[in-house]
Design a binder for this molecule. Structure first.
Ligand SMILES: Nc1ncnc2c1ncn2[C@@H]1O[C@H](COP(=O)(O)OP(=O)(O)OP(=O)(O)O)[C@@H](O)[C@H]1O
Ligand SMILES: [Mg+2]
Length: 296
């Protein structure tokens, strides 16, 4: 039985059943400033975790732009939009990628989940729910900027990777994102678990400096703790991989940036699931509903 057949069986078997105990861990990847490397981080982290045996799905939540498919160089047959409005199933919209991962392209026509009616959102939840059985980790790659949708995705996730570069504008925008989160989370809600990832560093010391800068400001002015996920070096191979439309860790596995992704994936697996139970897709969507002022 090949990978697609196995997935078809798993999704099919669970589509009409009550959700089972197993839940996927939801990790949202966000940034203040655009173009800092979120999509490349998502793809390469997903692939490194898949190489280490995790079942990973990427949801491209860059609604309307769908960069993930471009960087994979794979044209999906169907998208989230086709599931929501075109009668396609979850199985149809899961596009196979390398190392057994799957991704869901948002497609065009879904500008913002907020714009969906409660019935459409509920339909979306029900149809995505079987992902909890087929994935250990679901990455949500968000678009540029701090929209209300991104804030709500972060609040509903188990973990958030905030990507920044050492550029001052990127640092201030990353801090602004954390501040916006702080202002949006009420005192009874859990503050999002924020892992800072610094991309395009010249040296480890530079990465360390950027982390400390954001950490100190967050602690001092926002009374908020953030975690250090690690640093990815500036690497010309990354730019070449993007041009080839191939993930870096496949095109240039020996490159310094690919090695850094590998180390961070190892680190992530060591810090996994220690504190909180994974939310699962159902829990994630319920929180999104709650944040949108709807109840299910
Ligand atoms: N470590 C790196 N070294 C060199 N160049 C990099 C690195 N990471 C990213 N880049 C460059 O930055 C560009 C933008 O990356 P990417 O598309 O992943 O950013 P993004 O944050 O997802 O952008 P958007 O906000 O538009 O979604 C890449 O096309 C690549 O050229
Ligand atoms: Mg992107």
């Amino acid at each position: 039985m090949d990978q697609a057949e196995r997935l078809r069986m798993m999704v099919g078997n669970h589509q009409h059943q009550k959700p089972m105990m197993k839940k996927a861990k939801i990790i949202t990847v966000a940034s203040g400033k655009g173009g800092v490397g979120k999509t490349n981080v998502t793809m390469n982290m997903a692939l490194e975790l898949a190489k280490q045996g995790k079942r990973v799905v990427i949801l491209d939540a860059d609604l309307g732009l769908s960069n993930v498919e471009v960087l994979f160089g794979i044209i999906p047959s169907y998208t989230l939009s086709d599931m929501l409005f075109g009668g396609k199933s979850l199985m149809d919209i899961l596009t196979p990628g390398p190392f057994g991962i799957y991704f869901i392209s948002s497609g065009s026509g879904v500008q913002d989940l907020v714009q969906l009616s409660p019935i459409e959102l509920q339909n979306c939840i029900v149809q995505l729910q079987p992902l909890d059985q087929v994935a250990d980790i679901i990455f949500i790659d968000t678009g540029a900027g701090v929209s209300q949708t991104v804030i709500q995705f972060i609040q509903a996730s188990d973990d958030t990777i905030v990507v920044t570069t050492p550029e001052p504008t990127s640092i201030t925008d990353a801090y602004a994102l954390i501040k916006t989160l702080k202002n949006n989370v009420s005192s009874q809600d859990r503050f999002p678990n924020i892992q800072l990832l610094i991309n395009r560093v010249d040296t480890q010391e530079e990465g360390e400096e950027v982390f400390l800068k954001i950490q100190r400001a967050s602690e001092k002015f926002l009374n908020t703790t953030i975690h250090n996920l690690g640093y990815i070096p500036y690497d010309v191979k990354m730019i070449q991989a993007v041009k080839l439309q191939k993930p870096l860790c496949i095109a240039y596995p020996q490159s310094s940036a690919a090695q850094a992704f590998y180390s961070i994936a190892c680190k992530m697996l060591n810090i996994k699931e220690e504190k909180i139970q994974p939310t699962g897709l159902g829990g994630f969507m319920k929180k999104i509903f709650h944040l949108f002022g709807e109840t299910i």
